[in-house]
Design a protein around this ligand. Structure first.
Ligand code: TYD
Ligand code: MG
Length: 453
């Protein structure tokens, strides 16, 4: 019997070691190195002989390479198409990560039920009955979608040869295992090997493969980092489980921009594409309340109007509390310091709570100005006015700094019926004949004066 080869892998970063040690020298994690049995015998993963053409690659001059019209497979889901950069690329591997229960299986099942291509949905997590029940909730009817519950890659490839699907979906990569490696499913070497087999299959047959990947408690896709290097596209499905909105983001895309973003709403009957996100993120109230302000942000290339809510009250305890949801806490502290020092507001002894509504979190610095407006409005107890919105970054000396794509933001605000937008004086704006009143401000004092007189 051949000697069984083993090796040691860090379960956190995937680095391979010759012998066991307490700390991984690569990622500095303790007690993450585990012995795994690697390959016992000669391996034949996805059989190359079955593919029709097999020729050794030859270098070509870049000019000679045929750049014929790039083919994209339409997924019939507008949001997914946008995030992928126009659709699925034949032969590509896409990895979809996200927290448990966020809706990864729902999203991909729903899409496979609508696809105009023959699809094989392989689930290692749920039985065919469970999937059927889920499909019934989604209420789609199709002849194109095949469900397979299987975890062994060799068996999956056998079914693929039989069914000849045009798209393969794997739920999830952590449940797969291959015969050629001994360690248990979900281990670093299994994930790496199964992904390698799927890549080989995808590249040789030109069938795109979508993998679902679990994420660890710190938000990374479970398994070796190398997994993200191996695939062509990494998508992340995120959102607050207590809210209904879900955001599909691309973290890596070999065939398109990573700036695009898809928004869905989780309903009782599956996920609904949200084509005009701004409308849903603003709560429509008849009454004007103090402490809220609307910011025009950009998520990727899409303008998005979001509502910022602030509550400023006298601190009950000795140390005032500062708490934020959806906004960087350090940035809030900075803004409070600027308001105190440059605009003379005594906020040092006040509790400040800040909330971005809709359960989304925003990194765009352009929301600073709306944060300032919301805080001041709550502090003064004067409403900002519901048809006023803001787009500006706040600098350390209290200056309002210009933001990118300001014209696009203004147009979005105008489209949604806002009458006034506050932007930085230093933004160059070439828009003419706008219905919306563009107020150019240079300093926080200007904003205070214009808003609260
Ligand atoms: P699921 O797709 O199983 O999550 P993941 O694969 O990412 O772990 O999503 C499960 C959640 O979605 C579950 O909490 C119920 C909810 N859900 C709906 O709200 N509506 C639906 O139509 C479906 C199918 C699920
Ligand atoms: Mg799932």
């Amino acid at each position: 019997m051949a000697k069984i080869k083993t090796s040691f892998f860090c379960q956190s970063c995937g680095t391979q070691f010759a012998k066991w040690q307490g700390q991984c020298t690569a990622c500095k994690e303790w007690n993450t190195i585990v012995e795994e049995i690697i390959q016992k015998e000669e391996k034949v993963a996805w059989k190359t002989e079955t593919s029709p053409v097999k020729k050794a690659a030859k270098p070509l001059k870049i000019k000679e390479i045929d750049s014929a019209e790039e083919i994209r497979m339409d997924t019939t889901d507008g949001e997914l198409n946008r995030v992928l950069g126009g659709g699925l690329v034949p032969g590509s591997l896409t990895l979809l990560g996200g927290e448990p229960g966020i809706g990864k299986s729902t999203l991909l099942l729903q899409i496979s039920l609508k696809l105009p291509y023959k699809t094989l949905y392989v689930s290692g997590e749920e039985s065919q009955k469970q999937i059927k029940m889920r499909a019934e909730r989604i209420e789609a009817d199709t002849d194109n979608c095949y469900i397979l519950t299987e975890t062994k890659t060799q068996n999956i490839f056998r079914q693929i040869e039989e069914i000849q699907p045009e798209i393969v979906i794997i739920d999830s990569i952590q449940t797969l295992h291959t015969d050629y490696i001994e360690s248990s499913a979900g281990s670093i070497s299994q994930i790496r090997e199964c992904t390698a087999e799927l890549i080989k299959f995808a590249k040789e047959t030109n069938v795109p493969v979508i993998l679902i990947g679990h994420i660890t408690k710190d938000g990374n896709i479970a398994g070796p980092k190398i997994l993200e290097h191996m695939v062509d596209t990494v998508l992340q499905f995120e959102g607050d489980r207590n809210h209904i909105y879900r955001i599909l983001r691309s973290l890596k895309n070999r065939f398109g921009s990573t700036a695009e973003l898809g928004i869905y709403e989780m309903q009782g009957s599956g996920l609904r594409e949200v084509a005009n996100p701004s409308e849903i993120l603003i709560s429509h109230k008849d009454e004007e309340l103090s402490g809220t302000a609307i910011a025009t942000t950009l998520e990727g290339m899409r303008p998005l109007m979001i509502e910022i809510q602030a509550l400023v009250s006298t601190a009950v305890y000795g140390t005032p509390q500062r708490s934020t949801t959806g906004y960087n806490a350090k940035r809030l502290n900075m803004i409070l310091a600027v308001l105190e020092k440059r605009a003379g507001f005594r906020l040092g002894a006040k509790d400040v709570f800040l909330n971005v509504t809709g359960g989304i979190s925003v990194d765009d610095p352009a929301i600073d100005l709306a944060v300032v407006a919301a805080i001041l409005s709550s502090n003064e107890d004067i409403p900002v006015g519901k048809d006023v919105c803001f787009a500006g970054e706040v600098g350390l000396s209290g200056e309002i700094r210009p933001v990118n794509r300001v014209e696009q933001r203004i147009q979005e605000a105008e489209k949604l019926g806002f009458s006034t937008i506050f932007v930085s004086k230093y933004n160059k704006i070439a828009l003419k004949n706008t219905l919306i009143d563009i107020k150019m401000v240079a300093k926080i004092e200007d904003v205070v004066e214009q808003l609260f007189g």
